[in-house]
Design a protein around this ligand. Structure first.
Ligand code: SF4
Ligand code: SF4
Length: 398
């Protein structure tokens, strides 16, 4: 995929449509990528509105359709939407915790033409998995993963990695082997949403990462073609940023539960934007004309060091949300970059993580009575993603 240059040629349409069907979710993951204030916006598009959006995006050239959330299985119309996506010619993908995936729904999703399911686990043991999601879901997930495999889909497992589970890398891969997984995505945490809120407890040490990378290399050798292991080093430990979303408004179109259209799921937090909504704008207008999709497209918006950098066509200046979260200015170079004047802030996060002791000490439930303590102590206390915490943090500033 080529980047969009600063000339006025009309860019290609989106390739990826991500339908975030709902922010509702039975789990409470500490690394959740949903907005911290998700509970202040509970409106969801209707079935007809989703279908119309899918049709418009397909007409613009989108070929991949992801259903995520929250937990997309909480929408009763999921099967109907999958069937419609299939009929339109999309490659359809369900991104799920698996909770709610009853046998009858598996049959219905298969009949609807669903191409791909990605099931997430939080860790390899009941205790750790359930602690990280503040639920009792591990046993259920085991059943569901086996049922997905038996139903004939390729088994794709996703485990988000961070300080609290990186040391369990061997057991996580062993679990995947036991489940007959074909693709294991070991996705190091990206620090947005709840993960950014909890970063003090989630950023790993250099030793943890190095050990995990070494173990993944050993397992790759051992497993050969039996399982594909994906492991990407987290941004904060790199010296150059990733080409975030393959460029702003370049290939990716994300639709939030209420119809807000975003160039990536996290972009909603950026100030000074009126992101468009599919209820009031066509997808074509959103993609080609709206400020939300054109402001950081290409490179005309860049300032130094990105403006004059030879790598700007490779990484698009990195991630706008990461730039905003860390520097307070979304037009800054991604501070992960060693050329950024704010790179020392990222190093400070990583150094602080390095100085903390036993990571598992930080998994503490953030109940209301502990909130005052969390605001007054240096000890990182984990905020579970929950309706209560979302409302509390929204009211008191996230
Ligand atoms: S990360 Fe966890 S809490 Fe967030 S949507 Fe996924 S399963 Fe739900
Ligand atoms: S200066 Fe900007 S364009 Fe160059 S490598 Fe860093 S983030 Fe990328």
């Amino acid at each position: 995929m080529t980047g969009v240059s600063s000339t006025n040629t009309r860019p290609a349409g989106p390739l990826w449509l991500l339908a975030e069907l709902t922010y509702r979710c039975p789990l409470h993951c500490v690394f959740c990528y949903n907005p911290v204030d998700y509970k202040t916006n509970t409106h969801e598009l209707s079935t007809a509105e989703w279908k119309d959006t899918m049709k418009q995006a397909r007409a613009l050239g989108a070929v991949q359709l992801g259903f995520s959330g929250g937990e997309p299985l909480l929408r009763d119309d999921l099967e109907e939407l999958v069937a419609y996506g299939h009929e339109l010619g999309y490659y359809t993908n369900l991104i799920t915790s698996g909770i709610g995936l009853k046998p009858a729904r598996l049959v219905a999703l298969k009949a609807a033409g669903l191409d791909h399911i990605q099931v997430s686990f939080q860790d390899a043991t009941q205790a750790a998995n359930d602690a990280l999601s503040d639920t009792k879901t591990f046993a259920k997930k085991l059943e569901i993963a086996s049922a997905v495999k038996a139903a004939g889909w390729p088994m794709v497992l996703n485990v988000v990695l961070h300080r609290l589970n990186l040391d369990h890398i061997d057991s996580i891969i062993e679990l995947a082997v036991k489940l007959g997984v074909e693709y294991l995505e070991l996705a190091n945490t990206q620090y947005y949403g709840w993960a950014f809120k909890n970063k003090a407890a989630l950023i790993p040490t250099h030793e943890q990462l190095k050990h995990a990378e070494e173990r993944v290399a050993v397992w790759r050798e051992k497993l050969g073609n039996r399982m594909k292991l994906l492991f990407v080093v987290p941004d904060y430990f790199e010296k150059t940023p990733k080409p975030c979303m393959s460029g702003w408004g370049n290939v990716f179109l994300s639709i939030s539960p209420d119809g807000t259209a975003l160039p990536c799921q996290a972009a909603r937090m950026l100030p000074g934007f009126e992101f468009p909504n599919v209820k009031t704008s066509t997808v074509e207008h959103i993609w080609y004309e709206s400020d939300g999709f054109t402001r950081y497209r290409g490179d005309a918006w860049m300032k130094d060091p990105c403006r004059t950098c030879p790598d700007k066509a490779k990484d698009y200046g990195g991630c706008r949300c990461q730039a905003y979260l860390i520097t307070g200015d979304a037009t800054s170079a991604d501070p992960v970059c060693h050329k950024s004047p704010d790179h020392d802030k990222v190093i400070a996060f990583v150094d602080a993580a390095q100085r903390r002791d036993n990571p598992n000490d930080y998994l503490k439930v953030q109940k209301p009575e502990q909130q005052a303590l969390a605001n007054t102590t240096e000890v990182p206390v984990v905020w579970y993603r929950s309706d209560h915490n979302s409302l509390h943090l929204s009211k008191n500033g996230t």
